[in-house]
Ligand binder design. Structure first.
Ligand SMILES: Nc1ncnc2c1ncn2[C@@H]1O[C@H](COP(=O)(O)OP(=O)(O)OP(=O)(O)O)[C@@H](O)[C@H]1O
Length: 274
């Protein structure tokens, strides 16, 4: 539901936009206005928060390496519930990115099932998964993945164009997404004119532009100092509420894990209980 209380009551993104617990914890519509009673009903209906948005059951993934099979995922079971911030932690090589790729429909398991919304990713064709991804999933990478010659605004606009959003909506949506990540004043800067934390926030604006249900982020704070990392996490907390998105990310950083709703720890291709 749109007015679930973020774990931290006050979060701060750059340029002084501070979460106001009186208004920001109310349902907030995409244009930034606080929802009316009728609109609240619509927000509530987007998800049933008691039902998982994604279920992973008995998933295994191997890769052929040097004539034999490298067993990377060895029986993964997990559920992601709407509007959660979930983190995957584990040593390098434990299989976190491999799992994130499966959850995002970029790859398929050798055995097991992945249900995303009502879509059986384990049975879908490449084309079907691409269509679902374009509509419902946003990706964020450690290295930001921005187009270097385009401004922040143009990067977000490109994402809208590629997602097939009608041209008439680009201007308002790009402005809204850049405002959500606290970059309204820097929207005409190109990536090289922005700090690492600002570039990652442009990447977040890009990833949420088409209003996905699920945001997947692979080590989104790994290149950032602790202050910039905290800003990115504050933005994640804000957009869960304002954009009604569920976030699953990988991280090595124990301080970042404090803001998670749930942490899955992976050791050698399996989850261990924490
Ligand atoms: N396409 C592939 N072909 C062969 N081996 C692969 C492939 N993809 C991943 N692996 C191997 O699977 C193992 C797990 O890789 P993965 O990237 O999922 O780990 P990770 O936990 O994300 O590590 P890191 O924290 O360093 O990113 C590694 O040994 C990797 O070399």
């Amino acid at each position: 539901m749109g007015w679930l209380r973020p774990k931290k009551q006050t979060s701060k993104v750059s340029e002084g936009r501070e979460l106001n617990t009186e208004t920001d914890l109310q349902p907030v519509m995409n244009d930034g206005a606080v929802a009316t009673k009728a609109e609240k009903v619509i927000i509530e209906q987007r998800f049933d928060i008691t039902q998982p948005i994604l279920t992973v059951s008995g998933v295994e993934r191997s890769f052929p390496v040097g004539g034999s099979q490298l067993h990377v995922l060895k029986g993964i079971n997990m559920s992601l519930y709407p509007l959660q911030l979930v983190m995957l932690k584990g040593r390098s090589g434990s299989g976190k990115t491999t799992l994130l790729n499966l959850i995002g429909g970029l790859d398929q398991p050798n055995t097991g099932e992945i249900m995303f919304l009502n879509h059986p990713f384990h049975r879908c064709s490449d084309d079907q998964r691409t269509q679902i991804r374009r509509k419902e999933i946003g990706f964020i990478f450690q290295s930001y993945a921005l187009m270097p010659l385009l401004s922040a605004w143009e990067n977000v606009e490109l994402a809208l164009r590629m997602a097939g959003v009608p041209r008439s909506e680009w201007k308002q949506r790009a402005a809204h997404c850049l405002d959500l990540v606290g970059l309204s004043k820097r929207m005409h800067h190109r990536p090289f004119e922005l700090s690492g934390g600002e570039q990652q926030r442009v990447a977040i604006a890009k990833a949420i532009a088409h209003k996905p249900s699920l945001l997947l982020a692979d080590e989104p704070t790994a290149e950032l100092d602790s202050q910039m990392g905290a800003q990115v996490m504050a933005v994640f907390r804000d957009i869960i509420t304002t954009e009604q998105v569920t976030i699953c990310m990988t991280t090595h950083d124990p301080t970042i894990m404090e803001v998670a709703d749930h942490v899955f720890e992976m050791v050698d291709g399996k989850f261990i209980s924490t």
